[in-house]
Design a protein around this ligand. Structure first.
Ligand SMILES: [Zn+2]
Length: 434
């Protein structure tokens, strides 16, 4: 059991009690930043901020925001400890622009373990379970390591198979009988196709639950996404969605009610903001803006993730009172203005996932000679005879109201686009706008 965090019942407290608890943690953070973080010392001085006057959430919400560009430009000014106190350097995946380094101390690694220990508890796992971890623990990737440590803390056995290699994944699954998979959903679709090709019956396999990372398993109404439906058709797996970003060092994970990922109030304060930095009204998606609680190495204050999500505030069916986040409906910088319509890549991906004949894809935005956004879909099918061009056009037209340009590619061409410069995960979205 983790000494620093212990077990509080804060996730079942009244919302006002949660807010008071978080305000105390925020005030402690402000003191810490003011004495340890060069970036925030300068920011507070430049804005004439007296942190002792931040005595309410309203006052907190007037503090300046931090952007990814701030970290890119001043990465080491966010560090609050001497370099000798760093236990691990992780990095963001660099999906959008240059990666940022997040340095963690030993205490931060404990906090990270506790965070995933709580995630696994939300899934109602125990030491009776065993978990096949289909994620890399290498390449400075935080999530693989976080799940590993969280499972160790809960006493759940881990089988580190890493990503890819369907044949090996199935062989290990049959030999060691894990009850849980931690995987990227689109890989599970591929794994399922491989399993079908071996004539193995899905119901003979041991896994019952999946922690699905990186891609949404719910649509904006919290129903199973097309990707989730493709995995669950004929395969009795309970999918748990999760949302996280390296910078927040914390995950929002679904409980068994599957009504959005729960906030962990000991670890994070979250706001959903509109374009002017004001809170959105419930029922509207806003930019996930986080303040880390209890981070020692590189804590962040009102950090704008760029991800747009909706929040849910009523008490969950599981009894927890913490707010929940729906799936990422878009990224602020990935908004596409196409022929007068605003689109986000997840809307396009949702249509592509519906088409079983599309094996791989890259969604690309470029600009035409008039600096207007152009949407191009690079598609690959392993079975060109099965491609239904009319149905594809109709579905795109009805979901997006506009028809993007479609380019059919070889698998090799798609792979070159998906893995530029040794990227550790496939990039299915390319923004080539100026
Ligand atoms: Zn719940």
């Amino acid at each position: 059991m983790n000494k620093q965090y212990g077990h509080t019942s804060i996730d079942r407290a009244a919302p006002a009690a949660i807010e008071a608890f978080q305000l105390q943690r925020i005030q402690a953070l402000l003191q810490y930043l003011n004495s340890h973080a060069p970036f925030y010392q300068r920011l507070f001085a430049a804005h004439g901020i007296d942190i002792t006057e931040v005595n309410s959430i309203e006052a907190f919400r007037k503090l300046p925001l931090t952007s990814k560009e701030d970290i890119q430009a001043h990465n080491w000014d966010f560090l609050c400890v001497p370099r000798s106190a760093i236990a691990e350097y992780t990095a963001t995946s660099g999906t959008l622009g240059q990666p940022v380094t997040i340095a963690l101390t030993a205490a931060d690694l404990d906090r990270l373990a506790y965070n995933e220990y709580c995630s696994l508890q939300l899934m109602e796992l125990s030491s009776e379970d065993s978990l096949q971890l289909m994620l890399t623990l290498d390449k400075q990737f935080m999530a693989g390591m976080a799940y590993y440590k969280g499972a160790q803390q809960l006493g759940t056995a881990v089988i580190r198979t890493g990503p890819g290699l369907p044949q090996m994944q199935l062989e290990v699954m049959q030999r060691l009988q894990p009850s849980v998979l931690v995987a990227v959903p689109s890989f599970l679709v591929k794994l399922k196709e491989y399993i079908a090709s071996t004539q193995t019956e899905l119901h003979t396999l041991s896994p019952r639950k999946v922690l699905a990372i990186g891609e949404a398993v719910r649509d904006k109404d919290l129903n199973p996404s097309i990707l989730a439906q493709r995995i669950q058709e004929g395969w009795n797996l309970e999918l748990f969605g999760t949302y996280a970003a390296t910078e927040m060092q914390t995950a929002f994970t679904e409980c068994t009610a599957h009504q959005g990922g729960h906030l962990q109030p000991e670890l994070l304060y979250v706001e959903l903001l509109d374009e002017n930095g004001d809170p959105v009204t419930p029922g509207t998606a806003g930019e996930v803006t986080i303040t880390t609680l209890g981070v020692e190495g590189m804590p962040l204050l009102r950090y704008q993730t760029g991800d747009l999500c909706e929040g849910y505030y009523e008490t969950c069916a599981c009894g927890r009172t913490t707010m929940r986040l729906g799936p990422v409906v878009g990224r602020k910088k990935q908004m596409i203005k196409y022929k007068g319509t605003s689109l986000y890549p997840p809307m396009v991906a949702e249509v592509l996932h519906r088409m079983a004949f599309i094996s791989e894809y890259v969604i690309e935005i470029t600009q035409d000679e008039y600096a207007q956004d152009m949407l191009v879909l690079h598609l690959h099918s392993t079975d060109p005879d099965a491609v239904d061009h009319n149905s594809l056009k109709q579905q795109l037209q009805s979901a997006l109201r506009v028809l993007p340009q479609i380019e059919w590619c070889s698998l090799e061409q798609i792979m070159q686009m998906q893995f530029p410069n040794g990227s550790r995960k496939p990039l299915r979205f390319r923004d080539r706008r100026a």
